[in-house]
Design a protein around this ligand. Sequence first.
Ligand SMILES: O=C(O)C1=C[C@@H](OP(=O)(O)O)[C@@H](O)[C@H](O)C1
Ligand SMILES: C=C(OP(=O)(O)O)C(=O)O
Length: 413
Amino acid sequence: MNAVRLTPPTGPVRATIPLASSKSESNRALIIDALTGFQCDLQNLSTARDTQTMIRLLKSDDAVADVLDAGTTMRFLTAYFAATGQKKIMTGTPRMCERPIGILVDALRTLGADITYLKKEGYPPLQINGFSPAENNRLQIRGDVSSQYISALVMIAPTLPNGLTLELTGAIGSRPYIEMTLEQMTYFGADVQADWAKNIITVGPKPYIPKPYAIESDWSGASYWYSVAALADDQTTELELLGLKAKSLQGDSAIVDIMRALGVESTFTDSGVKLTKCAPESSLEWDFTNCPDLAQTVAVCAAMKGIPLILTGIESLKIKETDRIAALQTELQKVGAELVEIETNARYIVRQFSIGPESTATIATYDDHRMAMAFAPVAMQQEIVIEEPGVVAKSYPSFWDDMARVLTVETVA
Ligand SMILES: O=C(O)C1=C[C@@H](OP(=O)(O)O)[C@@H](O)[C@H](O)C1
Ligand SMILES: C=C(OP(=O)(O)O)C(=O)O
């Protein structure tokens, strides 16, 4: 078994962390660029595997597009290949073939796509056979399963003969990701309107205009560094995270407010953000509806600090790279904490039940980059082993190199 052993720092915690750039922003920019005929100058594209896979598949003439475990790549490319009339088989890892896509496929069929499922109805693998644009340009779509379906649809909307009006139903999850899509589309000249009082998005049939675009660093990746700062004993801890902006398109910049409650102060500089320590609150309640990718970071951090945390809005975690709720429940036990459901599918609590492990905890990662990265900061307080560390490549390939700037990272067999 491949693993890394992380050992707590012995001196002051001071480092500058380059971070990876945002895979979410990158993958949207790449779809828009493709719809301009690859004429945009995209700068600082992410090294994340999800983005590198998107780049590779956009250039490939192969009949099969294997997205591996990249959700945005699967959803955005399904809409893109359909709208551009490309015949493709869309597939991915076994877990990707358990992640639902029926809501997007139904919407694309209404818009004129011919798509068939190759195994299970509603799930990849699927085959895109062609596209004959329908007259109808008004759709209802559920907003409570994955925002990626909505982002995928609105990004192709400028190419549809009559544009698109989407009426979102149900409680909308991950809305900042939809807003990110709309902002990027607007930047590239699309005609976009969102009425969030009625949950209606309208996109006119106005083509994108090619332009240069620079991707920001990844706030989801930054969250692990906030946890490192929160868990550092050294009160003089200072970490600088490069390439982040106070006014970000990324909803995961909410980590600034969450981590203030867990004892980290943020100061924006010309090059990014500086993290220092401040006094934490004695408990915290947070709704993760708008920032589901932060839930694991915050759960592990609060558990280690002994700060009881109530989490709401985490239902979507069950359909991500793994069932993240189940994975957290098992792995938190190993560091003396528990995640308990206190209201069915709605409210959860994380609390510590013992301080310090009897022996080094070995954390399983379930093919989920965020399990590995969320538990890594535990090493600020106690030695920990993380299994299958290569999983971080999905969003943050240089994570362990960056970690080695603050603590000891050793590969173990
Ligand atoms: O659009 C995006 O870039 C993403 C949207 C979110 O997914 P859901 O909308 O499925 O919650 C998020 O979890 C994912 O990491 C990236
Ligand atoms: C859920 C994630 O990604 P995706 O849905 O794009 O696979 C993630 O990066 O945490």
